[in-house]
Ligand binder design. Sequence first.
Ligand code: XIL
Length: 348
Amino acid sequence: DVPELDKRYENSFDIGAAVEPSQLEGKDAAMLKHHYNSIVAENAMKPINIQPEEGRFNFEEADKIVKFAKENNMELRFHTLIWHSQVPDWFFLDKDGNKMIDEKDPKQREKNKKLLLKRVETHVKTVVKRYKNDVASWDVVNETIDDNPQNSRGLRESPWYQITGTDYIKVAFETANRHAGKNAKLYINDYNTEVEPKRTHLYNLIKDLLAQGVPIDGVGHQAHIQIGWPSIQETRDSINMFAGLGLDNQITELDVSLYGWPPRPAFKTYEEIPDEVFKAQADRYNELFELYEELDDKISSVTFWGITDNHTWLDDRAREYNDGVGKDAPFVFGPDYKVKPAFWAIID
Ligand code: XIL
């Protein structure tokens, strides 16, 4: 019996959450129906789950999420068509099973490039055709920019890039555009988009692609952020920069970690986290949503990367850096499904 989060922003932007198919019933489903009007798959729509072997598509888990979105009248974001992580190895093996990135012969490299681009086209086309009437926003490519760029204009030197240059991005967007529904929007998604030099590298890449006629509609800002980082001014500048290219912005994977990077030391349990920390997190959410409202003509949706502090990928990271024991609490609902100070900071 608390106000619905999505109603607070009815006239501004969608409020979304990332979900696993297992969360589509019980308490999590009730939360989704009450507070959100948009969902995205946390893992079910990644290439490793959708096309684990070449030509063998598996839509079972993804379909459950699509069905839930439809039944509950929610917008659906698709995450993600192309990414360097959670992608099966077969994409990057040639017909003889050799790693394409190791190929030295220029002629064979050219053939490999063609083959990989064909695979990009097939994957994107098959998935987009299936869900074209269901998906409002597509993450077409994810994490194309490097964090500590030494060369290559800051482009991430993933196998996609090593084998095709930036052509994989072009082909992915062009194919998605050819098959997506009329009103669907196509996004390039990344993290740390607020900070330099990454945001400028992303900006330059997009500017180049737009100049070549690549159909990009918007930037997805993952926003895996912290209580004290990045600054609101950097965040504002970033949204304005991309809006200046005529693009939409979406906040796609919002979570506010209690920790810096790496997340060490970490609280061992949720109960150990002091009230002051939740208060600081609430202040952070408050300034963040004030910014989103200020820029609401440039932001069409804000999606949290989970629902309650029960289930967050940040716990894996807290554990990884703290000998297997650690708890993060990035959301506005606690593990008991109750509202946290951060919730009221947003609603008020
Ligand atoms: C994460 C999921 O939350 C985890 O369950 C999974 O083990 C790894 O991937 N950036 C992204 C997301 O674009 O797909 C990632 O999701 C988090 C970082």
